[in-house]
Write a protein that binds this ligand. Structure first.
Ligand code: SF4
Ligand code: SF4
Length: 338
């Protein structure tokens, strides 16, 4: 498989990586087999996170004997030095390695988080100490929010950016990817299949191939999934006119319902966890239903607080009919949890 340079980190990774969420509910041995299969097929970039259940442990077990041939990336949601230091040690242990190639600050959403990370007792201090000790190679950032991602990139402190990117989530093309490229950052595309909402993998990956410096990390839970994805890379074909039209049609259909997780609608004065509720639509496709239900349980309990005031709708840049969508998604949740 072709290799892509992840910006100034200098890391060379396979043009398709591995996203570590969907293996979470799998039995350990099956997950290990899938990870090994991906590696045998040429995938050399594996991304996981401290908060992805046993994902780090499964990836560590699968790749221990081929450690020198892969690039391992993981993440912490901690913003404080002590918390991040603890997560780094835990990840090293879980991944069965003495160094993590890329360590990322997970899901950075606000200026305040960046300030906290970079403060004297912030998580960056722990990462820098770990880098000096040879336990971490490079530091990156992941986000779902354009403003926060832009601010993080502009600090110049991160070698990579991980952001949602697929043919219905293209906000990053407006400014963010340009800024990241200008700073020679590696770009990693999370949710290349729209977090499970986009069914046509060929369309998704043909779209992504138009951006060859962006490395997608599809979540893989079956060997056939990576085999299919790699077939699009073995014989890459540009999008033809009819496929372009299909993309436009899907964009128009999903555009009315697709939450981009930008968070502008929040906070809701009634405490409705809007984004977390709406995310269920994709998480239930991506994860085992029981796991998706478990993840969303607390958020779903907030739906009944919605007074239909409409304040969130005014703030949503995508004009989503949020109160109706909340009820629709809650209906899906109720049906799945029965
Ligand atoms: S419509 Fe519902 S979810 Fe939106 S701000 Fe009002 S109470 Fe909150
Ligand atoms: S509902 Fe709208 S404003 Fe809220 S996170 Fe989704 S896309 Fe953004």
């Amino acid at each position: 498989m072709k290799k892509v340079r992840l910006g100034k980190s200098g890391l060379l990774v396979s043009e398709v990586g591995f996203g570590g969420i969907p293996i979470i509910p799998l039995p350990h041995e099956r997950a290990v087999e899938i990870v090994r299969h991906c590696h045998e097929r040429g995938v050399t970039f594996f991304d996981t996170a401290n908060m992805y259940g046993n994902s780090e442990k499964m990836i560590g077990a699968a790749l221990e004997t081929v450690r020198d041939t892969v690039v391992l990336a993981t993440k912490t949601t901690r913003r404080d030095k002590a918390g991040a230091a603890k997560h780094i040690e835990l990840s090293l242990q879980n991944l069965r390695t003495d160094h993590i190639d890329l360590y990322q600050f997970h899901h950075v959403s606000k200026s305040e988080e960046i300030e906290e990370i970079l403060s004297p007792n912030g998580a960056m201090a722990a990462v820098q100490e770990a880098m000096q000790a040879g336990k971490i190679g490079h530091v990156g950032v992941t986000s779902h929010k354009i403003e926060a991602a832009l601010e993080a990139c502009r600090t110049g402190l991160f070698a990579t950016l991980q952001f949602p990117f697929n043919f219905i989530e293209t906000d990053a093309l407006k400014e963010l990817f340009g800024v990241a490229r200008g700073l020679d950052m590696g770009i990693i595309a999370m949710k290349p299949l729209g977090g499970g909402l986009l069914q046509d993998a060929a369309l998704c990956f043909k779209f992504l191939q138009q951006h060859p410096d962006v490395v997608p990390i599809p979540g893989i839970s079956r060997k056939e999934e990576i085999d299919q994805i790699l077939s699009f890379y073995e014989n890459p074909q540009p999008l033809n006119e009819s496929e372009q039209q299909q993309i436009e049609t899907i964009r128009a259909e999903l555009g009315q319902k697709f939450c981009h997780r930008c968070g502008y609608c929040q906070p809701c004065e009634q405490g409705v966890a809007i984004t977390d509720v709406l995310m269920f639509r994709s998480s239930v496709r991506r994860l085992a239903p029981a796991v998706a239900v478990l993840f969303s349980k607390n958020a779903m309990a907030t739906v009944e607080k919605c007074t239909q005031c409409g304040e969130c709708v005014k703030r949503c840049p995508y004009d989503l009919a949020i109160p109706e969508l909340l009820l629709e998604v809650k209906g899906i949740y109720d049906a799945v949890s029965r």
